[in-house]
Design a protein around this ligand. Structure first.
Ligand code: FAD
Length: 451
């Protein structure tokens, strides 16, 4: 039946998804292919939302910008509904069929929701859902935020004028990024007034709760360990048991506490968007549900590549790199996938890009600059690694992870000015044993020292 659909047009390169990975991928294929016979290369991006995202400046731009920039690029505003790897074709939601020579799946991920189809449980994925959240926040008196990654961190810090209950199942906040020490450093920022704001609204209140038995001692106010059972009562005046008050939805945590709130924000990570591509094909999937890709961003299906949140990097990683579903990595993967696709078409050799040597991520949490390098949380290291920490309350937190005397990871919070020097020390793997704790001595100008 499938074969009955007529292939409308065959493109040399087909990209599914106009997020950061997809757009970067197209750009790279274009740049690489230009040197050969450009007119023989045709491209198409499929994007299910009506505006194509170009997230370089994390802003949304109309697809015409892309099309202008790249004359033989077509943007088709339709979701890809299915993929037929045998016949090298994709079918769109509105029933059109297009052929490809090389395909790159860049369909991203969607929020992992605590529970599906509950109107009181929100996930944030894009600007639309963020706007929806903002709208609902303006009327809310209390919300519960579930999750412990970057989105949850940002949210609990940014929300004002509304009580926030933050449900965290790990031993420390921001577990995806930090250890308990860094978390401890950051917690006072939640209670402090934010800088440079006139603060017309009240600061959020963070309810105080004793940590559950067995929880880390470093755990403090405002956080509720454990999560997850959401039940809503249909429009009842007062909830059963009723010291809880009357709320649209109640959330029960695994520590036995129940809270009512206006809505729950589920910020517990993403699930790779793989469904439309799986049926009838033979993709190898990773444990996290991503499409497995090798060191050329190739999936297990012939001529199908993948990049960004939808894929799982399954090559043998450099000892200083790990995959995290972040936009910097989506861009790097899109970039590299594009180069690989072009190289394969042109029969040129290509090696794994240098950006996969060292994990690095720069962000802002609680208004502090945060730099993460390498195995910043000792990920995957044996018990023999060492930590050096320097912390000045309210100003900076510096943590260095050493393994066999060599620097393998770093967490820098605040304006430490150490990132460049430390990046070099990680990359050159110099034996730092002779320096010992002096490495973090604030009275030594380390930059000068290793110059
Ligand atoms: P996406 O950006 O998700 O793009 C995928 C695109 O594919 C979408 O446009 C989608 O519409 C389209 N698509 C999906 N399925 C189909 C289909 N079947 N057919 C056609 N099109 C399809 N990372 C950071 O590094 N720093 C941050 O501060 C940060 N903040 C974040 C805040 C939020 C609220 C969220 C949700 C994520 C954040 N991230 C952040 C993560 C970052 O946004 C992602 O890692 C990155 O966007 C992944 O890029 P991508 O191109 O793989 O996927």
């Amino acid at each position: 039946k499938r074969m009955a659909h007529k292939v409308e047009k065959t493109f040399k390169f087909v990209i599914v998804g106009g997020g950061i990975a997809g757009v970067t991928c197209v750009e790279q294929v274009k740049i690489r292919a230009r040197t050969s016979n450009p007119s023989s290369f045709s491209f198409v991006i499929f994007e299910k939302v009506s505006k194509v995202l170009e997230e370089f400046d994390v802003e949304e731009r109309p697809s015409s910008v892309l099309e202008e920039k790249f004359p033989n690029l077509m943007v088709i505003h339709s979701a890809v509904k299915s993929l037929h790897t045998q016949s090298h074709s994709v079918e769109t939601a509105d029933g059109r069929v297009f052929g490809y020579e090389k395909l790159c799946i860049c369909s991203g991920g969607r929020p992992k929701l605590l529970t599906q189809e509950n109107p009181y449980v929100l996930g944030i994925r894009d600007t639309d859902s963020a706007q929806e959240l903002q709208k609902r926040l303006s009327k809310a008196k209390r919300i519960v935020v579930v999750g412990n990654g970057g989105i949850a961190l940002e949210l609990v810090y940014e929300v004002e004028g509304c009580e926030v209950i933050w449900a965290v199942k790990d031993k420390a906040i921001g577990n995806t990024f930090f250890d308990a020490g860094a978390a401890q450093f950051l917690i006072p920022s939640l209670e402090a007034d934010k800088p440079e704001r006139a603060a017309p609204c009240k600061r959020p209140r963070y309810t105080t709760e004793e940590p559950a038995a067995g929880a880390s001692q470093t755990f403090t106010a405002g956080l509720h360990l454990g999560v997850y059972l959401i039940f809503s009562y249909p429009a009842v005046e007062s909830a059963p048991g009723s010291s809880l008050g009357s709320w649209p939805v109640y959330i029960q945590l695994t520590n036995g506490k129940t809270f009512g709130c206006e809505f729950v924000v589920s910020a517990t990570g993403v699930v790779p968007n793989t469904e439309p591509f799986l049926h009838g094909n033979n993709f190898a999937l990773a444990d996290d549900g991503g499409l497995r890709v090798d060191d050329h961003m190739m999936t297990s299906e012939l001529d199908v590549y993948a990049a960004g949140d939808v894929c799982t990097a399954c090559w043998e990683h450099s000892p200083l790199w790990q995959q995290m579903r972040l936009w910097t990595q989506a861009r790097q993967m899109g970039w590299y996938a594009g180069r690989c696709m072009a190289a394969h078409v042109l029969s040129e050799p290509i090696e794994l890009d240098f950006c996969f040597e060292l994990f690095s991520h720069i962000t802002k949490f609680f208004n502090y600059k945060v730099v993460l390098l390498g195995k910043f949380n000792g990920q995957g290291l044996g018990p023999d690694h060492e930590l050096l920490v320097r912390c000045t309350k309210g100003r900076e937190y510096v943590k260095v992870v050493l393994s066999g005397g060599r620097m393998v990871g770093v967490v820098l919070i605040g304006e430490t000015d150490l990132e460049e020097t430390f990046e070099n020390l990680i990359l050159n793997q110099m034996d730092l044993t002779p320096y010992g704790e002096e490495l973090l001595n604030p009275n030594i100008d380390i930059e000068d020292y290793f110059d």
